[in-house]
Design a protein around this ligand. Sequence first.
Ligand code: ADP
Length: 526
Amino acid sequence: MRRFRDRPIRQKLTVALLSTSVAVLLLAAITFSAYEYVNFRDDVVRTLGTQGDVTAESSTALLTFGDEQAGNETLSVLRSDPHILAAALYRADGRLFAAYRRTDRLALQLPSIPPREGYFFAPDYLEVSRPILVGRRSVGTLYLRSDLELMRARLVRYLAITASVSVAALLVALWLSARFQRIITQPILELAAAAEKVALEKSYATRVESPGRDELGTLVTAFNDMLAQVQQRDAALLAENVERRQAEAEVRQLNTRLEERVLERTAQLNVSNVDLRAAKERAESANRAKSIFLANMSHELRTPLNAIIGYSELLAELAEEQGKADFVSDLEKIRFSGRHLLSLIRNVLDLAKIEADRFEVTPEPVDVKALVDELVATGAVLASAGNNRFRADAEAGIGTLVTDGKFLRQILLNLISNACKFTKDGDVRVSVMYEPAAPGPSGICFAVADTGIGIPETELSRVFEEFHQVDGSTTKRVGGTGLGLAIARRLSELLGGTLDVESTAGSGSTFYLRLPATPVRELKTA
Ligand code: ADP
């Protein structure tokens, strides 16, 4: 059986109304019945008492004269009342004077002594006892016993009526409750049905008609408002979902397109890679061919050039001996141009070799002190041409450096020769110092400083470019190929180092060659 709590609200209301009605009716019926019972008893007692009084009155003379037969006759009058069960008259001394018993109750025992005045209710009967007085003197006692049939019949009738009225009242209450409860339950049922529909079908457009302005009306309005909000959010969500799905589809489409593009590009790249590899191989073989050509050409050029230079020197000496000064200066020009061309060819060859990666670095221990002594010797000759002072020194304790000595000498000679070229009556100085460089590995720095013409700031970064020369009469005068610094920087890089310059136009330049203290091979494999 379902619990009362789970029953439909209509049933609950019916049960509540009916149980209230039943309780009220029961209480009223019990109260009235009790009241009526007491009334009935009083009536019975009063009626029997009156009957007793009448009988006692008519028995006064009989008892006074002791006429027993008349006494029995007087009592037998009571036969007319079917409810009187028995009657008795007692003398003043308590002896029985006359008696009456209803024919069907002959065996009924009468009290042996007269009961005291008053009445007594037994379950089935009522006894009344009355003194028989003459004036104020008692001459005997009358005893009456009556059944309670009359009272019972009235009580039964009363209860039957009460029951009928109660049932009728209950039916009316049931009918009224059915009518009135609909006012309350109908909106609730509609609300419940709408809620169920919303839950099952998700149809947020559902609305419930408001029953009025009471609490139920408020509830229904709130429910409708809530549904309206949910409907609005649902629509927004739906729109958002559609948008998201569209965006996802677009993203998927884009992805597909992207994948296609990637595949396409990969295929193109593969083709390009193949082309590039072929081009690279072609370029490499062309480069090799170029290097071989340059090496051959330089050899081929150098041989006749050396002959031209040699013969021009020889002819110059002869001309000088023969006093032909005009020839001497012309032959000097040939010799100068030949030398210039020779150095140009050498430089171009070096550059070509570097580019073709054909310069092999051969690390070896280089004694820095011995190197400095070498530089002093060479530098002094170069410096003397411009009337410059030359100095070279190394910081104490530098010792040996592992690097390619040939390349290191080439770089330093180039820097010293430049310093001497662009300085007049000044100083050229080479300093070697240990540099615990931070950050980066510690190293050794070769600084080549001069007090010459210097380099304008705008030209500083360009002096390392191939064939670049700073414009100016000095440069033109001293000549050069514009390749020396480019080669020096490439060689520095080959040795794992750097080459930089600091300069102020008019007051000199300092070139810094920084090489790692670590051996070159170790550096390359690191
Ligand atoms: P070049 O053979 O002309 O000297 P470099 O590459 O050695 O070629 O030098 C490039 C240019 O840098 C030079 O022409 C000169 O103008 C400038 N230069 C190089 N060293 C110095 C220096 N010590 N002082 C002033 N200018 C310099």
